[in-house]
Design a protein around this ligand. Structure first.
Ligand code: MGP
Length: 235
């Protein structure tokens, strides 16, 4: 499948995924002086021009690689099997790649109703059936229409910046655009590990300054009970 096909629904008209414009590195704007002996940057640090300055912009490696996935509502509505229209769009592994993608993508308020946009650790598929997700569950926050953009960004930054004490428990996040609301969920791996799940839920609320109560639904319950599944934990 051509990458351009998958990009169309989520990338803005003026987007240029091949843009050479330097990404805005908001991670390292302040206070990122390297400690003595610290290895700074990742690939691309090596090229030095005649003046002795690096000719290639530094890149800052993330702890994990992450993949954006998109489920296009117009295709999804015709599918017979859930997930058959779900597509991985891009994988990134540096701060710079993240901003290049994020700055060229449609944010939740600009996505069509019914769309699902995911950011999951590379090699984890955003499906209950994925073996890493199978025993997990999800925390969910709800927002009025067109009000989730900032929280979606902050959720992504908290994930890729490894802000959670139990970050290893996290599979990824999804924003669902629906008729009357937008929902953001964080998917986790081991629903039975209550302490880790509750820690993630509490920290997520703190990072986003979200004051409403949130619930954790175990995927197994969602599979069996669909919308009647009750929250196993609240935060
Ligand atoms: P949804 O889109 O998460 O809920 O799941 P929503 O927004 O309440 O419903 P929608 O109809 O408005 O989209 C909707 C349905 O999709 C679920 O009830 C399942 O039948 C199916 N589904 C969702 N997920 C995340 C999965 C999954 O991972 N695997 C499978 N097999 N089905 C899923």
């Amino acid at each position: 499948m051509a990458v351009e096909d998958t990009l169309k629904p989520v990338v803005t008209e003026e987007a240029n995924p091949n843009s050479t414009e330097k990404p805005i590195d908001r991670y390292h704007e302040e206070g990122d002086d390297a400690e003595e002996g610290e290895i700074v940057g990742g690939e691309g640090d090596g090229d030095v021009d005649e003046s002795g300055k690096s000719a290639v912009p530094e890149s800052h490696q993330l702890e994990h690689s992450w993949t954006f996935w998109f489920d296009n509502p117009s295709v999804k509505s015709k599918q017979t099997t859930w997930g058959s229209s779900l597509r991985s769009v891009f994988t990134f592994s540096t701060v710079e790649e993240f901003w290049s993608l994020y700055n060229n993508m449609r944010h939740p308020s600009k996505l069509a109703g019914g769309a699902d946009f995911y950011c999951f650790k590379h090699n984890i598929e955003p499906k209950w059936e994925d073996p890493i997700c199978a025993n997990g569950g999800k925390w969910t926050m709800t927002f009025p229409k067109e009000k989730s953009d900032k929280c979606w960004l902050y959720t992504l930054l908290a994930l890729i910046g490894e802000q959670f004490d139990h970050g290893d428990e996290i599979c990824g996040a999804v924003v669902n655009i629906r008729g009357k609301q937008e929902r953001i969920s964080i998917w986790t791996k081991n629903a039975s590990n209550e302490a880790a799940q509750v820690s993630i839920g509490k920290q997520w609320k703190e990072f986003l300054d979200y004051n409403n109560s949130i619930g954790f639904i175990i995927h197994e319950d969602a599979m069996k009970l669909d919308r009647n599944a009750k929250s196993a934990y609240t935060a």
